[in-house]
Design a protein around this ligand. Sequence first.
Ligand SMILES: Cc1ncc(COP(=O)(O)O)c(C=O)c1O
Length: 410
Amino acid sequence: MLPNWPKISRAAAAAKAAATSPWCAYLYDLEALRRHAGGLVASLPPEFELFYAAKANSDAPILRTLAPIVAGFEIASSGELAWLREHCPQAPLIFGGPGKTDEELVAALDAGVERIHVESLGELERLGVLARRIGVRPAILLRMNLPLTEMPDVPLAMGGRATPFGIDIALLGECLAWLADHPELRLEGFHFHLMSGQRDAAAHLALIDGYVRTVQSWNREHGLEVRHINVGGGIGINYRDPEQVFDWPVFSAGLAQLVARRGLKGWRLRFEMGRYVAAGCGVYAMEVLDIKSTFGRTFVVARGGTHHFRTPYAQSHSHPFRVLPIEPWRRPYRRLEAVREAVTVVGQLCTPKDVLATEAPVDRVRVGDVLLFPLAGAYAWHISHHDFLRHPHPETIFLPIDEAVNVAAE
Ligand SMILES: Cc1ncc(COP(=O)(O)O)c(C=O)c1O
């Protein structure tokens, strides 16, 4: 999903004009989010469903936009549980993530979450004790970590190697034996989230095929009748070149072929995606404060920084941006500018790591102009260290759902 630039630019210019001090903001296009998520869900084969991983961006308007579209939400803390119950009280929830405390497990059991993804043998035993004590019989998935030949080479690996996530394949037999003696937990299936940042549709299809064949072989070897797999999230964004998008049409067509090839009629395969759902709806905007040259390089210093928008640092890239020219200039000093040169965009933090874009060519950028960074809807504000240096937080602007379009479409 690429931004609707005219719409974003109009909204940014209006908010900047209304601001009384140097300005920065997040702008989220809820209509774009609605259309994008709706398109994903509509193109999935009936055996597949889409949950949204709330950690990517849990702002209430984002969740409320997605709630009528997705099958539910993946949560990874009791904080997210309470937040989802407050803002989307009817939505089905699945609870995953490492280090779940007893209190969190009890809260999840009390709230009646639909599935708990168990991360370790220790957590399995603890959950059994808690479920017996409360008198419920929760449905669980075992999150597995295993080597797969289909595992692609991606920047962020959560499995396929030594990581804190999931249960080592060597312990599967022990888990199944324990479950056979402990009917207080219902094994509904397996969960895999081995990686993040997958940009190749064919490779992702191969990985999901690997999960399916693995579970089918476990069914045979262990006499199981599992027909539910959570295949995680992990579809990536090309931050360096946003035009290079994941080939969703090829991917969704491939899923339908996978269902036929592996005989998955009647199975339930579930995604829990974050980045690919929400990244495209957000833009981080920064007003240029200063332009300076040092040691032969030009720096554009802008309002805000990586304490608001940590994504470029977290993903080790130079983030693309557009310059939104702002007129008029009424300040009683010269308007500094950089013309047809490569600039490095930094924020206001006292660290050389506060860099958002490196040596990026611009036609012209001036003090008072606004820089618009796309693909800032996921793992952006929510992963950032907001209060470092105690600068003001950015304004948050939600561009509303276009009701006229909704009505026309219905
Ligand atoms: C267990 C789990 N599921 C789903 C996700 C969402 O992944 P993504 O945003 O890459 O789709 C994450 C992200 O870290 C995760 O840890």
